[in-house]
Design a protein around this ligand. Structure first.
Ligand SMILES: Nc1nc2c(c(=O)[nH]1)N[C@H]1C(S)=C(S)[C@@H](COP(=O)(O)OP(=O)(O)OC[C@H]3O[C@@H](n4cnc5c(=O)[nH]c(N)nc54)[C@H](O)[C@@H]3O)O[C@H]1N2
Ligand SMILES: Nc1nc2c(c(=O)[nH]1)N[C@H]1C(S)=C(S)[C@@H](COP(=O)(O)OP(=O)(O)OC[C@H]3O[C@@H](n4cnc5c(=O)[nH]c(N)nc54)[C@H](O)[C@@H]3O)O[C@H]1N2
Ligand SMILES: [Mo]
Length: 899
């Protein structure tokens, strides 16, 4: 018994439980399992099905909704109670058609009936209420619905979407989408939670995922999702070498049984007829299938010729944040030791490179400061320039839960009315590109109102006098003029953050993808430092929602032009010699080219070979017409791809690669956890893993790269990078997830950073005094609207995987969101075909009129390369890291005269 526990008696046995828990819990503690068809541990109790009847202090009650009171005497196992419960279950089953209890429908109700000796003939109802099969992934059979409401509560309480309701009366009550129309047109975001909790099979996964038994689940392959950086643990059920279903793991450390439309359902790409199955080689201008040996030979000869002709720095590679740690480790090792150049980068450049640079400068390490489990405990969440409801849905759902049910305050800073903003205590809508002014404005108020932690600032931080002087220029009225955020909202938000006991900052690309993205990250970190809310028990620091499944890992592994595995600088002789000792070769000491510099070098005729591994640069890099120009100018362009992407079309050699469901290795998620990736299905056609491809190219160039398996590669990486020395596949197989830094095998990893000191050279947190500077582009008379680009929930980046499967039905095109005022001004109807032009290029998008964006601002996704959104974006980039200014482009729109 612990403090706050009470004692109750269950069938004569005394048990201790926390006061107020439902009797169902107490009975389970006593070892009696009750049927409970409307109950799910993750949901609030409903007490609607009456199958968990017990007798408590003389009265028969539903155990799931009756709170335990000290000294209560509960009867649970008596025969007469089992009869009562059996009768109730029989009554429920009797209202269903026979198919409810057949072997093809192995749900919780069917299993319960079997265990209670209720035969299939108990279900005799006629049915006739019909089905809703409008949705690509979730199917409803109304006749099997017992109106237990689990799906409705799942949608509201776990997912936070509120898409479902119960309609009808009495025996006709049935689940329905809240909009009253078909499921496919509802607010459902296809997380699959309703299907998971449905006890009867009324809600099932469409297609092969129907009718899974516990046996299927036990035989599943545990892996880590290969879409975004949340790092959901998934159990992949297969049959005949194909994926049948992907189930979120209940013991997944981040997802805790939840998933989203991508990880759970977007695996149709695996078997797409467009999937590349053979290497392709350009001959007479056309890409033609060739045997592997020939393709690899061509790449090896091409790379050697480039080095011979122009030196090692004429070769560059872009490694993939979609690929594993081990693959990224090997790619950078190949470039540094076999080619002899530091020209290696990854898509972190386009994404959170300002986080890496900014957090390192302010606090010392290139990662978020706290685990998400801790962040979730915060009493005040400041979510800045991130839209987790769409881009990190499992995190979005957890944050929403904390706000709606856990009492945390929420401040959202985003120009758009994103999902979380609807539930925020304060929603600040800065003009895109004005973050630095916004954060300085908040800092000004923290200082002015005495909300800074003076002891912390004295002992653990540096730069306060300089910052105090700078902040004089950022009083609320001036900041309001720059950002457009009303001064009183600034004050309200600063007070919420400033007075919270344990505030946490969570942020996204709305901070980084700007001309002054690194200044944005650093001035945001200022707020946590001012409050002493980082590296202490007085807050949960500052945490980027890293984007790709393994973008943290790709950088951790040294797929960067200036940094080695574990973030040793290539210019640091100590770091180089540690790597050289393990690799047995010289490591070049000159930092290499960043992605945009690679393209510039190609256009200038200075790059002779470029190897692109899993990035569709022609679709997703900015000013994409100029990217295509760079590829055309480069004599040898090779890519590893799943599909004939926009980039692959420009390549000389295309190597068909395996994807996350087909390979072995590890990913690092957004809160720095290493987790295992395991092949669930065999590699299709002649595809090979990026790991094997890099090794084969090295072998063809006469070098054995070592690391015969991914497990060897991670171990070797631990020898180069002390912060990963404690990690191995074997350990991760045993423990599931381990965060870095993890310096030795017995070390648990540090989920919270900087408890003792910051990892900066002087051990202090560094406040920045970077002033606000305007964004690279401004609207003017010719280009009067400000375009922000970003994500939609159903698609993933270039869309190469999510466009090939059911997600296409959920969201078939890139839309341009615009405010009704602008729609009226430019005579644009909802759904109109638009031509959008910037100073750099032109795109075609479908108008969506609504109030999510402010007047004068428009928003579009970039998930359909054919729409050409990245033709619009400019080559302005963060002045520190070259991260593109994707979030600010001046555009004009017109309705396409062709209709
Ligand atoms: N469904 C889906 N999920 C994804 C992805 C996907 O493509 N689709 N991609 C993954 C990747 S690679 C990444 S990096 C992450 C990105 O995840 P997020 O960072 O959440 O994504 P974005 O939608 O690009 O941008 C976030 C927000 O920044 C806001 N914003 C723009 N400018 C400003 C500004 O000046 N100030 C402030 N405060 N906010 C601003 C935008 O309005 C937008 O809502 O998502 C990952 N998850
Ligand atoms: N306008 C605009 N553009 C943006 C952004 C924005 O906010 N606005 N965001 C930027 C950001 S944050 C990012 S991260 C980039 C993402 O841009 P990309 O990295 O180009 O996008 P992805 O679609 O994730 O995937 C890249 C390619 O890798 C392939 N692939 C998937 N898995 C594997 C694998 O295991 N091996 C190999 N070899 N290939 C694989 C896919 O088929 C796909 O073609 O986009 C950037 N572009
Ligand atoms: Mo990203």
């Amino acid at each position: 018994m612990t403090g706050g526990d009470i004692e109750v008696e269950v069938d004569g046995r005394s048990v201790a439980v926390p006061e107020g828990v439902p009797l169902l819990t107490a009975v389970r503690v006593a070892g009696v399992e009750l049927p409970a068809l409307c109950s799910d541990d993750r949901l609030s109790p409903a007490g609607s099905c009456r199958t968990c009847l017990v007798r408590a202090d003389g009265a028969v009650v539903a155990a799931c909704v009756t709170p335990a009171v000290s000294g209560m005497r509960i009867e649970a196992a008596a025969d007469y109670l089992w009869h009562l419960r059996r009768d109730t279950v029989e009554l429920i089953a009797g209202a269903l058609p026979p198919r409810a209890l057949t072997a093809e429908n192995p749900g919780e109700l069917a299993e319960l009936c079997r265990s209670l000796g209720i035969g299939p003939d108990a279900a005799q109802a006629g049915g006739g209420r019909g089905v809703d099969h409008s949705h690509p992934y979730v199917h409803l059979d109304r006749d099997l619905c017992i109106a237990c409401g689990r799906c409705v509560r799942m949608c509201a309480e776990v997912q936070g979407t509120f898409a479902l309701t119960l309609t009808g009366r009495g025996a006709d009550t049935v689940v329905a989408p809240g909009n009253g129309g078909p499921w496919a047109q509802s607010d459902c975001v296809s997380c699959g939670g309703c299907v998971d909790t449905c006890p009867t099979g009324a809600l099932t996964e469409a297609g092969r995922g129907r009718g899974l038994t516990s046996g299927h689940r036990r035989a599943a392959t545990r892996t880590t999702c290969g879409y975004c950086g949340v790092g959901c643990a998934l159990d992949v059920v297969t049959s005949d070498g194909e994926v049948t279903a992907v189930l979120p793991a209940r013991d997944g450390p981040v997802n805790q049984g939840h998933a989203c439309v991508k990880g759970r359902f977007a695996h149709g790409y695996l078997t797409s007829p467009e999937r590349l199955a053979q290497p392709l080689l350009r001959r007479d201008g056309r890409l033609e299938p060739v045997p592997w040996e020939e393709a690899i030979g061509q790449v090896a000869r091409g790379l050697r010729a480039a080095v011979t002709g122009g030196g090692a720095d004429c070769v560059a590679a872009i490694s993939s944040a979609r690929a594993t740690n081990e693959e990224n480790y090997l790619v950078q090792k190949f470039m540094r030791t076999v080619v002899g150049t530091n020209n290696i980068d990854n898509c972190s450049r386009l994404c959170h490179s300002p986080s890496a640079a900014g957090l390192t400068a302010s606090l010392g390490l290139s990662g978020g400061t706290d685990s998400f489990d801790d962040v979730e405990q915060s009493d005040c969440l400041l979510v800045v320039g991130a839209n987790p409801v769409e881009a990190h849905p499992v995190v979005g759902a957890r944050l929403l839960r904390r706000v709606l049910h856990g009492g945390a305050g929420l401040i959202v800073a985003d120009p758009r009315a994103v999902g979380l903003a609807l539930h925020a205590d304060a929603h600040l809508r800065p003009r895109p590109g004005t973050n630095v002014a916004l954060f300085h404005g908040l800092a000004h108020i923290l200082l002015a109102e005495g909300l800074a932690d003076e002891d912390f600032l004295r002992e653990r931080a540096t730069g306060l006098p300089e910052l105090t002087a700078l902040l004089e220029d950022y009083p609320p009225d001036r900041v309001s003029a720059i950002t457009g955020v009303p001064a009183e909202d600034l004050v309200a938000a600063a007070r919420l953050y400033g007075r919270a006991e344990r505030p946490a900052i969570v942020y996204g690309l709305g901070v980084t993808e700007h001309l002054h993205g690194t200044d944005g990250v650093r001035s945001l970190a200022n707020l946590a430092i001012l409050r002493g809310a980082v590296g202490t028990d007085r807050g949960y620091g500052i945490n980027p929602l890293r984007g790709q499944n393994n973008v943290q890992g790709a950088s951790d592994m040294g797929a960067l032009p200036d940094l080695l595995p574990g973030y040793g600088k290539v210019t640091d002789p100590g770091a180089r010699s540690r790597a050289e000792a393990v690799w047995g070769g010289r490591v070049p000491d000159r930092p290499g080219l960043r992605i945009p510099d690679m393209f510039a070098a190609a256009r200038a005729g200075e790059l002779r070979a470029l190897w692109i591994i899993g990035e569709d640069v022609c679709a997703t890099d900015p000013d994409s017409d100029r990217v295509a120009e760079a590829l055309r100018a480069c004599p040898l362009v090779v890519c590893n791809e799943l599909f004939l992407s926009e980039t692959a079309r420009h390549c000389d050699v295309v190597l068909p690669a395996t994807s996350w469901l087909e390979k072995d290795g590890t990913f690092v998620n957004f809160d720095r956890r290493f987790q295992r990736v395991r092949p669930a299905v065999p590699a299709p056609g002649e595809t090979r893993s990026d790991f094997d491809i890099v090794r084969a190219v090295a072998a063809a160039m006469g070098t054995d790269l070592g690391c015969p398996t991914p497990a060897h590669a991670l171990s070797e990486c631990g020898r180069v990078a002390p912060m990963f020395a404690g990690l191995s596949h074997e350990r991760l197989d045993r423990e599931g997830a381990v965060p870095w830094p993890c310096p030795h095998p017995g070390h648990p990893g540090e989920s919270k950073l900087y408890a003792e000191r910051f990892a900066t050279p002087d051990g202090l947190a560094h406040l920045t005094t970077a002033p606000y500077l305007p964004p690279g582009e401004q609207p003017d008379a010719d280009f009067p609207l400000l375009l922000v680009t970003g994500r939609r929930w159903a698609h993933y980046n270039s869309g190469s995987m999510t466009r090939r499967g059911g997600n296409l039905a959920l969201d078939p095109v890139d839309h341009l969101d615009l405010h009704p005022d602008d729609a009226a001004r430019y005579a644009v109807r909802n759904g109109a075909r638009l031509i959008v032009e910037s100073r750099h290029g032109r795109a075609r998008l479908i108008a969506r009129v609504g109030e999510q964006t402010s007047p004068g601002q428009v928003f579009s996704s970039f998930h359909f390369p054919a729409s050409g959104v990245n033709r619009l974006t400019s080559d302005h980039a963060d002045t520190v890291t070259s991260c593109p200014e994707y979030k600010v482009t001046a555009v004009r729109i017109e309705v396409d005269p062709r209709g």
